[in-house]
Design a protein. Structure first.
Lengths: 374, 316
């Protein structure tokens, strides 16, 4: 125990001496937490629309006005022909081209039917699919409010269809704001970085510089060395988590709905699992560069598969299975549940079991591998 | 009393044999040198003895403990200074020293007398980070850290490689003083001139020990009379003498050529007679006493000839 105390003393001394790493550990997450949710926003606004009005009627004018008034679209120009409109898409000046054909108003009034042409730039998948859907909605709405339709439905009773009106309300995130989805995710990301990667780099550094050799010829036992590495980063991780929570409260006004204690319990177990991953990486790599790349590989998998950006429910089956096999997925789920929904222990205890399982598995693997190599 | 005993140690990395059936003993309080070029297997032997590496076969004991089964005891009793500086560069001189003292359950004060002379030289830089020290200072710090727990046996792996001449000299003086404190020291070096500062040396090449003896005895046992020769065109002289049937060996050594005759002739006139056949300008010949390096080169040559002979025999 004495020895462990001295090792810890040394580790903390080194951590606080490396100003760049220290700044990276505390400033980077804070900055990320402040900037990313604002920048990474999946609500689509400011879709640039170019319309080709071949009709120049009051109806076509009203449709365009309605589109402009919806708040999602910005009318950028009204080219003379569809061809010109497509050129604008090519140049990137417009995301959408709406072509209103000649006889738009006449056909609507006389025949009750008229087609319009919509061309969407599909380079940006989200923007195009959402933009297209928004525009279709706007047109449908315009359609139902047309004088001809209102009149028609009154006069022709048998033609009236029963309609179901849908009223939405978003629970746990009433305004469906992306930041509420994103912020807890970033919090998880912080712990992942500290737990998994900085630890790995730190241990590999000892290998690279050769200090591990010097340590190995002393009476320090392996478990003392490993604990000496894990405990400081566990503590640092918990501090960073706390800093993150404070930022979350001050900047976004998000305070966990559920129990703080429960949240910390999960963070503590999750960190142990990730420290195990860090240790495992350190047994695989001989240089910090190698460790960086292995860590980066895991990071990408975690980021893309864990439901950090996107809900895992929309993934194909095989991807959902992979997603379930990363501890990050479970922790992100739980953080969102506790922070936004206020879930209690009963509702998340299965996730805790998962995380304990990961902690156990990763640490055993790491220790097994560590014994083999050293 | 035997401090270090090595018996038939073998270690290979894949197909490369790093240590090939090496055996030697180091007496207590002795300054023992492993002398050999880079890649001779010195570091592998050190790593086996300091319990960092497992040998493929063979046994070894350090301070009476087996390197495999009793490695924990050994780790309490040896000091190891690897060839590469491997202390914490981001800790200060004092922090490094304190750290290594505490993990051995001791303090700087307790063994201060042992390191005093060395430590006094770096004490002014107590608060400087180890990474910012000069090469010679780093080496002194490393030696202090290896000594701080008063080890029975001190292993120094190429401590003077890459160190300037003055620091090298100082370092060997420090070793001589440590020897007075009855610490057994095993040191490796590629520099032959340092060999004579050891009590006994083992010449090692290609993972095999070629000879173990006191430096003076090794030189004395040089079997032939050694001559040094030089002329204006030294390269031509080397070529000519090498091709001459009466010359046994001839190699460049500083500004001279060192050569031995096949016959037992021990007067320099014999060399003059041979060399003048090629009429070199300004020929100088002297009879000299062999150095460790001459012994080493001779042993290497003998081994190469034996190997060739064996290969030819095996071929038949």
């Amino acid at each position: 125990m004495e020895v462990l105390k001295f090792i810890l003393q040394k580790e903390f001394r080194q951590i606080f001496r490396d100003k760049i790493i220290l700044a990276m550990m505390f400033v980077m997450p804070t900055v990320q937490l402040i900037i990313m949710p604002f920048a990474a926003n999946f609500e689509v606004k400011n879709i640039n629309v170019a319309y080709v009005d071949n009709d120049h009627s009051s109806y076509s004018q009203r449709l365009v006005e309605k589109i402009a008034a919806s708040g999602y679209f910005k009318i950028v120009s009204s080219p003379q022909s569809y061809k010109e409109g497509l050129k604008m898409i090519e140049k990137g000046d417009a995301d959408l081209v709406l072509e209103i054909p000649l006889g738009f108003e006449r056909n609507l009034v006389r025949e009750g039917l008229q087609e319009v042409n919509m061309a969407v730039d599909a380079i940006n998948g989200t923007k195009s699919s959402l933009g297209g859907a928004y525009l279709t909605n706007v047109i449908a709405d315009f359609n139902s409010n047309l004088d001809v339709n209102i009149k028609a439905s009154k006069s022709v009773v048998q033609g009236q269809a029963a309609t179901i009106e849908i009223a939405n309300s978003n629970w746990y995130n009433p305004h469906a704001e992306y930041k509420y989805y994103m912020v807890p995710g970033i919090l998880v990301l912080l712990l992942t970085m500290i737990g998994g990667f900085i630890t790995a780099l730190n241990i590999v550094k000892e290998k690279e510089i050769g200090t591990i050799e010097q340590i190995n010829v002393t009476p320090i036992k392996k478990w003392q060395f490993i604990l000496g590495k894990l405990i400081p980063f566990w503590i640092v991780g918990m501090i960073v988590f706390t800093v993150g929570m404070i930022v979350m409260y001050i900047v976004y006004g998000i305070f966990p709905e559920g129990s703080l204690l429960l949240l910390y319990l999960f963070a503590a177990v999750y960190l142990i699992a990730l420290l195990g991953l860090g240790l495992l990486i350190s047994t695989l790599a001989d240089t910090q560069l190698q460790a960086m790349f292995i860590a980066y590989f895991f990071m990408m998998v975690f980021m893309l598969m864990s439901g950090f950006f996107k809900s895992t429910d929309s993934m194909p089956g095989w991807a959902r299975i992979i997603s379930q096999c990363t501890p990050v997925t479970h922790f992100i789920t739980v953080v969102r549940l506790i922070v936004l929904k206020g879930s209690s222990f009963q509702e998340v205890k299965l996730e805790l079991l998962y995380l304990i399982g990961f902690a156990f598995l990763l640490n055993s693997l790491a220790i097994y591998n560590y014994r083999k190599t050293a | 009393m035997i401090a270090v005993s090595v018996k038939n140690i073998v270690k290979s990395y894949g197909n490369v044999s790093a240590v090939d059936d090496v055996s030697f003993d180091v007496k207590k309080g002795e300054l023992f040198g492993l002398i050999g070029p880079d890649g001779a297997g010195k570091t592998s032997i050190f790593r086996i003895l300091t319990t960092l590496l497992l040998a493929d076969s063979g046994t070894a004991t350090v301070a009476g403990f087996d390197v495999v089964s009793e490695y924990q005891q050994i780790r309490n009793r040896v000091g190891y200074m690897p060839g590469r500086f491997s202390l914490y560069q981001d800790l200060t001189v004092k922090e490094n020293l304190t750290f290594f003292a505490t993990i051995f359950g001791t303090t700087i004060q307790e063994n201060y007398t042992l390191i005093k002379e060395i430590y006094d030289q770096i004490k002014p830089f107590n608060d400087r980070r180890a990474g910012k020290l000069s090469g010679g200072m780093k080496q002194k710090l490393a030696l202090c850290c290896a000594l701080i727990h008063k080890p029975d046996v001190l292993f120094l792996d190429e401590p003077t490689t890459g160190v300037d001449v003055v620091s090298r000299k100082e370092f060997w003086e420090m070793l001589a003083k440590l020897k007075e404190q009855h610490i057994t020291i095993v040191v490796s070096t590629p520099y032959m001139d340092e060999a004579r500062l050891c009590d006994r040396i083992a010449l090692i090449q290609g993972g095999k020990i070629m000879s173990i003896d006191e430096p003076a005895a090794m030189v004395k046992n040089f079997p032939k009379t050694l001559f040094a020769a030089k002329a204006d065109n030294i390269y031509r002289l080397l070529e000519d003498l090498r091709s001459d049937p009466s010359i046994e060996s001839c190699y460049a050594f500083g500004e001279y050529l060192h050569l031995t005759l096949k016959s037992d002739e021990d007067h320099k006139d014999a060399i003059f007679a041979v060399a003048n056949k090629y009429s070199p300008a300004n020929l100088v010949v002297e009879k000299i006493t062999a150095s460790i390096e001459d012994s080493f080169i001779r042993l290497m040559r003998d081994r190469a000839i034996t190997k060739e002979f064996n290969q030819v025999n095996d071929g038949k």
